[in-house]
Unconditional design. Sequence first.
Length: 326
Amino acid sequence: MCQDLAMHRVVVLALDGVIPFELGIPSRIFGEAVGAHGERLYEVIVCTVDGRPVTGGAGFTIGVEHDAGALAGADTVVIPPSRALGPVREEGRLPAPLAAALSRVRPGARVVSICTASYVLAAAGLLDGRPATTHWREAEHFQRTFPRVRVDPGVLFVDDGDVLTSAGAAAGVDLCLHLVRRDHGSEVANRVARGCVVPPWRDGGQAQYIERPVPQPSRTTTAATRAWMMKHLDRPLTLSELAAHAGTSVRTFTRRFRDEVGMTPGQWLIRQRVERARHLLESTDLAIDQIADRSGIGAPSSFRQHFRAIVGVSPAAYRRTFQLGT
């Protein structure tokens, strides 16, 4: 957990044609983050390339108090999407004023794109050879335009350390919450989520939002069974048992579950169990073996394997970084 990020400065770069919803996400999420004594953890300011107002993508003008000089003092730079990306999207190059603005970002600052602002990062060369995502509708075009980027169209966001990208619209909320969690742990991030009335973590990726044939209407969903599963993560759960709880056949339950959540019941269970393990690692001194048992993943070796696959680090390394009070 980063203890030295008091008043971490987030600078949001609003481009002409900026989409207002995504423009407001950083201020809403980071502005809600406070410490144990109510102290603000982030300062969020908005700038434009030249300090002048920009047209919003919804028929009104947005005025700001800062120009691109603000980027030089940013710890994190966030670029929301714009409806006027023109040459960036079609030619894969930055207009000179935008390139000059981005050159002010200091080495070591985090750079974040929301939705199709990933085109800006790619055109600046920041994504060459790196994993990234963008809105699923743009994924193929994005990959053709920037073949050196390792595009993953199936996830809500990609954290590659100092460069982070998110999928469409609300995935920017997911990514900003992830950064709060990364900086200050799950307790602060969960408080932010509750204050904004959004989930602290969304399951699945973009697959659950990609257009597909509309299924026949049904009053039966797997939501109640998912809630029941959450209460029984610490014990083995079979597909037959889950289908019986939902009152369907195994085949029907599996199909409905995948349609609603974007992954299989088994994949979803593993993610929920890893999420419980993350909480236990942050908030308790339980041994790794005990956490493996309480999270329901089973043998410690299996637990470590699944945890590393999903989180990217070992349970022990995660605890060293995020345990409360460290």
